[in-house]
Design a protein around this ligand. Structure first.
Ligand SMILES: Nc1nc2c(ncn2[C@@H]2O[C@H](COP(=O)(O)OP(=O)(O)OP(=O)(O)O)[C@@H](O)[C@H]2O)c(=O)[nH]1
Ligand SMILES: [Mg+2]
Length: 226
């Protein structure tokens, strides 16, 4: 197939996704539910971050998770142990969630009783950048074991991020990862992105991440109710 034709078809798919993402966004607004989309390469620590964060957030707010995985419910089972409602979406052969998958779920389950909805995308640093799901905020995780060159190699996903979490910082003494350089590279792509160094292992940065979430939720809810 000629490259231009493939690009044309992809353009249609992206336009359709955009429309459904807007529909999901309106649904989240009407439900008063703050929706956050988490993306990263496989294994960067999305589920571990949620395992660390949910016990704190659940004390004062109602939380739920949409768990995107190609097959299985491994991550969903990990998160259910923390007493939150988890909705599994299996994408089959698809390497990312799309807005239609989320829309189908929202037709069955409205999110009216949910304050924080986390959407854990399939591990992939490329495709989720082109498929918004209707979320209010986008979180990208980059683990220090992946290398500080990743912002140079995967710019699109970072350009769309509201917050970038530099994860597994407990491993910094053991890997060649220049944290200030990585943050500088992220800011060159996206000057407005908040960067937070975190570790789900020793808790570094978790308070800052939770503070960011709570502040953004307040701002989003104020905008919805205005
Ligand atoms: N040392 C260290 N290991 C971590 C940290 N966070 C996660 N890990 C480990 O990294 C591996 C992957 O973590 P997950 O939380 O499953 O990563 P994920 O991004 O959800 O993975 P996928 O959903 O498969 O893309 C596990 O073995 C975790 O124990 C961290 O802060 N420090
Ligand atoms: Mg996971």
């Amino acid at each position: 197939m000629p490259a231009s034709l493939t690009e044309h078809m992809l353009g249609d798919i992206i336009a359709e996704n955009q429309e459904l993402a807007l529909h999901n966004h309106q649904h989240f607004n009407e439900s008063g539910c703050f929706a956050v989309n988490l993306s990263s390469a496989p294994g960067a620590g999305k589920t571990s971050l949620l395992e660390k964060s949910l016990p704190f957030l659940s004390k004062e707010s109602s939380c739920a998770v949409i768990e995107g995985d190609m097959i299985g419910e491994l991550d969903a089972e990990r998160l259910r142990k923390h007493g939150v409602e988890v909705f599994q979406i299996n994408t089959g052969k698809a390497c990312h969630l799309d807005a239609q998958m989320v829309a189908r779920l929202l037709h069955i389950k409205n999110m009216r009783n949910v304050d924080f909805l986390f959407i854990e995308n399939v591990g992939n640093l490329v495709c989720p950048a082109r498929f918004p799901l209707g979320e209010h905020k986008r979180v990208v995780l980059l683990s220090v074991s992946e290398g500080d060159d990743k912002p140079l190699k995967y710019p699109a996903i970072l350009q769309h991020a509201d917050v970038v979490l530099l994860t597994k910082c407990d491993l910094l003494p053991y890997v060649d990862f220049d944290l200030p350089l990585a943050i500088d590279r992220i800011h060159k792509l996206n000057p407005g992105a908040t960067c937070i160094a975190v570790s789900a292992k020793n808790g570094r940065g978790i308070e800052d991440w939770l503070h960011w979430l709570r502040e953004e939720e307040i701002k989003v809810l104020a905008r919805i109710h205005h």
